[in-house]
Design a binder for this molecule. Structure first.
Ligand code: BDR
Ligand code: CA
Length: 308
């Protein structure tokens, strides 16, 4: 079994990503650390616990950072709904919160299994930055980190320059990007357009008639409506599940390149921008692998497989 750790600000698309990993045959999710982002951290933890319970697993869910390292919080309720889950108001899960702090649990899990735990981050990078500051030795012990975040092609969804996860806590992202962790950055530009589920594909998911399929669409009801009103796209965008699909099967990323990538933390105009040195003009060593293209057809097939 491959072993995953998921760091998430659990709202609607995070929940689908978590479900994909929990239902993937050769993957065991060892732990889920929750961070403030889309929603307050307690709400995110409730949403994550609900998702774990739906899957029938008992994966521990840990409470993590309640706010960014130095900035005021920025939330995503406008996109995901007041409960982060399409205003479905799911009941309180029976699965309790795991004991201990997310950052400590992550450090402990990595140290207990050096080289074994793949990290997937689908929220702001606060927890990961805190873990790296507390225990820099974990850098050598994490074989791969898949990050949903950034915009290599400079197509932001919070500002023209920045994607939400990096915008919320750019200082944390900067720490993580320069930590030496082996990272594949999956930018927001791969998580819209051809990657979106159009109406027929949403109907196809419904036609699977499983609790997982209904959950995936129901909890994204608010996101679908907002996508339509905001971007004029009558579709379901699933950034975190796209990234999870790549973590589950790295060949879904069909083109990648290693570059020097830095995060803007000074300017307000470009706060959280992921600046990719494609031509090597900075003469800095490449620190991040950037995903440049995905196989949108196969990512959707993977999604359908996990919802059956
Ligand atoms: C990212 O921001 C959040 O709204 C989503 O959960 C995803 O992680 C997309 O920019
Ligand atoms: Ca997320």
């Amino acid at each position: 079994m491959r072993r995953f750790w998921i760091d998430t600000d659990t709202a609607s698309d995070d929940a689908v990503a978590i479900l994909m990993a929990l239902r993937w045959p050769d993957v065991q999710v060892e732990g889920i650390s929750v961070v403030a982002g889309n929603v307050h951290v307690e709400m995110g933890a409730k949403n994550a616990r609900y998702t774990v319970e739906l899957s029938g697993k008992k994966t521990p869910v840990y409470l993590g950072a309640a706010r960014p390292l130095v900035r005021e919080s920025v939330w995503g309720y406008f996109f995901h709904g007041d409960d982060g889950m399409g205003n479905m108001n799911y009941p309180e899960p029976k699965l309790p919160l795991a004991k201990g702090r997310a950052v400590d649990a992550l450090i402990q899990a990595v140290r207990a299994s050096p080289g074994k735990l793949t990290l997937i981050t689908i929220g702001p990078l606060t927890n990961i930055a805190l873990a790296l500051k507390t225990a820099s030795d974990i850098v050598e012990k994490i074989p791969m980190c898949y990050i949903m975040g950034g915009a290599a092609a400079t197509l932001g969804n919070v500002t023209p320059a920045a994607e939400f996860n990096i915008y919320v806590d750019p200082e944390a992202a900067k720490i993580v990007f320069h930590s030496g962790l082996p990272i594949l950055m999956v930018g927001w530009e791969h998580c819209r357009g051809a990657a979106n589920l159009v109406e027929e594909e949403i109907s196809h998911v419904r036609s699977l008639k499983t609790p997982y399929a209904d959950f995936a669409i129901d909890c994204n009801a608010h996101a679908i409506a907002t996508n339509q009103n905001w971007l004029g796209e009558p579709c379901l965008a699933l950034p975190d599940p796209v990234t999870m699909a790549i973590a589950l099967d790295p060949s879904i990323c069909t083109k990648r390149g290693k570059h020097y990538v830095d995060v803007e933390v000074t300017s307000e105009l470009t706060r959280g921008m992921t600046v990719v040195d494609q031509l090597g003009v900075t003469k800095q060593d490449a620190n991040i692998e950037v995903c440049w293209a995905i196989d949108a057809v196969r990512w959707k097939e993977m999604l359908y497989k996990t919802l059956q």
